[in-house]
Design a protein around this ligand. Structure first.
Ligand code: AMP
Length: 190
């Protein structure tokens, strides 16, 4: 299976690039943010647990997202691979994902890390908030908290995947096509 971690701060373009990868490589896109927003929309127990964390731009507890992703993997074992978008976000999540995938002998093949300057991220997120109506994209304080959470808890995961020789850094500024070309050539090397 071609299992890819699509990594980067909020606003790095992970969702956009994931959509393009799904078309080209027939992968299943698993975005924990999208799954959680759907749970909130459906007013499920999981959604209720996650909402206050998401509203303030904090990370949802590890156990909640790990159980959620584990079920999604189990329910989609017929695909050619998974794109993990917005997951893992902490070392605990990364270790849990490795364990889940190792048990099934379908390890992560590559971590594609999109790098974008903080000022560009904030501008992109505010624009996205105006267009999409996403509540956590509409308030500069919440946006800044999400970027802070990323820098503190998530960014260190680059070293985790680097140690496994899976890290591929991709400059996430430029046109969507330019970035996707760089991603394709990284994947074609595997
Ligand atoms: P995203 O759509 O990836 O920007 O995620 C939106 C929000 O969902 C984040 O600010 C977190 O509150 C929550 N979230 C998404 N994925 C995770 C994760 N892997 N771990 C913890 N919280 C998450």
């Amino acid at each position: 299976m071609l299992n890819v971690v699509l990594f980067g701060p909020p606003g790095a373009g992970k969702g956009t690039q994931a959509d393009l990868l799904v078309q080209k490589y027939e992968l299943k896109h698993l975005s924990t943010g999208d799954i959680l927003r759907n749970e909130i929309k459906n007013k499920s127990e999981l959604g209720l647990k996650a909402q206050s964390y998401m509203d303030s731009g904090n990370l949802v507890p590890d156990r909640v997202v790990i159980d959620m992703i584990s079920k999604k993997i189990d329910n989609n074992m017929d695909v050619k691979g998974f794109i993990f978008d917005g997951f893992p976000r902490t070392t605990t999540q990364a270790e849990a994902l490795d364990k889940l995938l190792d048990e099934k002998c379908i390890p992560i093949k590559i971590m594609l890390s999109l790098t974008v300057d903080d000022e560009v991220l904030i501008k992109r997120l505010i624009k996205r908030g105006l267009e999409s109506g996403r509540a956590d994209d509409q308030n500069q304080k919440i946006i800044e908290n999400r970027i802070k959470e990323y820098n503190k808890k998530t960014s260190p995961l680059k070293d985790y995947f680097k140690l496994q020789e899976k890290l591929e850094e991709i400059a996430g500024m430029g046109s969507i096509e330019e970035i996707s070309k760089k991603i394709h050539s990284a994947l074609d090397k595997i």
